[in-house]
Design a protein around this ligand. Structure first.
Ligand code: SF4
Length: 311
């Protein structure tokens, strides 16, 4: 789309949003033209907090993936939540079907069940507490149980086990992962960039492989990467996460250089959301994301507990 057409569609979305008293919540991995018109742009934790605080909004338009819109709906049972594309489904969230979680719970009846928010509501309904990449270690460290079932991301489970060594963290399923973050491999390309830019800071997301995490200067959520990039004295950063965040960093932090740790590593699920289908979703107030109330009532509890437990 030509820039003039992009600006025109952005203007129409902004106008319609105000007319309908709607709010546009946008994840850091969305395309730049959607990020630019967000009412709130952030990571899963920030978005959950913002969704909890939706106030007198009539309509939430969620530019992210299925489990994020579900979480917004769980926290706002009386509001309409729309996800502009029904196909914006996170493959990692689908890696933890209910039967797998239930069988792990039967095998470890004394373990706490801690689930990444990147899970579907039916799995959350079985959890003691949810976490995001920003607070997983912090929350696990506060639990009384010594053994923790954590799913679905085995790399985030590894990250938490390193930071909370007095707990046994068991990944469920054994090999759950994010297709996007494992593509960074053990960080070969990032190391090549580091040779070219020895003063660069390497900031890596905890969904990446442990071998890559171990090479990083900091392992952080997307919100954490954003804050570190702003606060650090470094001038060059190598970013080990989805490329949408690199777009945001370049736009909002001028004067610093941001290099993706792998050229154009993008999440195809996130990129199902476009300006066109966002406008259509706002216009038609569809597709609606609504979790059946019997599941929602149980799935809401671990999310609210997470929000209470994270600092
Ligand atoms: S980046 Fe990975 S975890 Fe995030 S939505 Fe895409 S597939 Fe799911």
């Amino acid at each position: 789309m030509r820039r003039a057409d992009v600006s025109e569609l952005q203007r129409k979305i902004t106008e319609l949003k105000e007319e309908k008293n709607a709010v546009l919540l946008v994840h850091n991995y969305q395309v730049a033209e959607i990020q630019e018109i967000a009412d709130y742009l952030g990571d899963s934790l920030g978005l959950s907090r913002r969704a909890q605080d939706a106030g007198d909004t009539d309509l939430i338009v969620f530019c992210g993936v299925d489990f994020m819109a579900e979480t917004a709906s769980l926290l706002n049972p009386d509001k309409k939540v729309v996800l502009p594309s029904k196909t914006a489904r996170c493959p990692m969230a689908a890696m933890l079907p209910l039967r797998v979680l239930k069988s792990a719970k039967e095998e470890h009846p004394d373990a706490a069940v801690v689930l990444y928010v990147n899970t579907l509501a039916e799995a959350k309904a079985e959890a003691d507490v949810c976490t995001t990449s920003a607070n997983t270690a912090e929350i696990i460290s506060q639990l009384d149980e010594e053994t923790v079932l954590f799913g679905p991301d085995k790399n985030l489970a590894w990250y938490a086990s390193q930071r909370v060594p007095d707990k046994t963290v068991i990944p469920v399923p054994e090999h759950g992962h994010c297709n996007v973050h494992v593509l960074f491999g053990v960080g070969e390309e990032a190391m090549r960039l580091k040779e070219e830019h020895p003063d660069a800071e390497l900031l890596v997301h905890p969904e990446c492989n442990p071998e890559f995490q171990m090479k990083a200067d900091y392992v952080l959520s997307t919100g954490g990467i954003y804050r570190r990039s702003k606060e650090s004295d470094a001038k060059v950063f190598i970013i080990g996460t989805e490329v949408g965040l690199v777009d945001r960093l370049r736009r909002e932090i001028p004067g610093k250089t941001f290099l993706p740790a792998l050229d154009y590593n993008e999440c195809s699920a996130m990129k199902r959301i476009t300006l066109e289908n966002t406008y259509q979703a706002l216009l038609e107030e569809a597709p609606v994301v609504k979790v059946p109330e019997d599941i929602a009532a149980r799935a809401r509890v671990p999310i609210e507990r997470m929000l209470e437990m994270s600092g």
